[in-house]
Design a protein around this ligand. Structure first.
Ligand code: AMP
Length: 181
């Protein structure tokens, strides 16, 4: 069934929080301890697939680099293609790009022009949604190629940063929330 906050406490037990990384005041939610445990990694990918089980999609797209970690096994398990969304300058063929604001400065992400097409229904996968800036840029990229965003699925949501509101026109599934701590 497609719903949010599945297996939340169990998944949280595998995620490590590092205070003040990469800068003072940031609580960094570290998924290396989640994927570094076989049961944790499997639970994470399976939970994402379950949350997206009612979503109709034919392509999975993931953002470099942590989106690859969860997106590729999800696509493989479902027998669906996996599309790379990468930082500017990494993809070899013709690309489209989208720039977006970070806390300090800007970032640019790219997709191959032929990676999705009109009529495709794309499931976007990432590790975490904070402000939603990255997610919004991924949505715009996919749509610029004429494809449709079927849903966004992440492991972690930071509700205080209101990413869900930024992409309010789209389905967002997250397994774990961290608020106010
Ligand atoms: P945003 O564009 O603000 O939604 O940030 C999205 C990306 O930044 C995510 O894909 C994460 O990889 C990373 N990120 C932002 N905040 C955190 C955090 N507190 N802990 C771990 N990663 C973070």
């Amino acid at each position: 069934m497609a719903d949010n906050y599945r297996n939340e406490e169990k998944l949280k037990s595998y995620i490590r929080t590092i205070p003040d990384f990469p800068s003072a005041g940031i609580q960094f939610r570290d998924i290396t301890t989640l994927i570094g445990d076989g049961d944790g990694f499997k639970l994470a990918v399976d939970t994402m697939a379950e949350m997206a089980s009612d979503v109709e999609y034919n392509v999975v797209a993931g953002a470099e680099s942590r989106g690859f970690i969860f997106g590729a096994p999800l696509a493989y398990n479902e027998g669906k293609p996996f599309v790379l969304i990468r930082k500017k300058g990494k993809l070899p063929a013709e690309t489209v790009e989208m720039s977006y604001d970070l806390e300090y400065g800007q970032a640019t992400i790219e997709m191959h022009k032929d990676s999705v097409k009109k009529g495709d229904k794309v499931l976007i996968v990432d590790d975490l949604i904070a402000t939603g800036g990255t997610t919004e840029a991924m949505i715009k990229l996919v749509e610029s190629l004429g494809a449709e965003v079927a849903a966004v699925v992440v492991i972690i949501e930071l509700p205080d940063l209101k990413g869900r509101e930024k992409i309010s026109g789209y389905k967002l599934y997250s397994a774990v929330r961290y608020s106010g701590d």
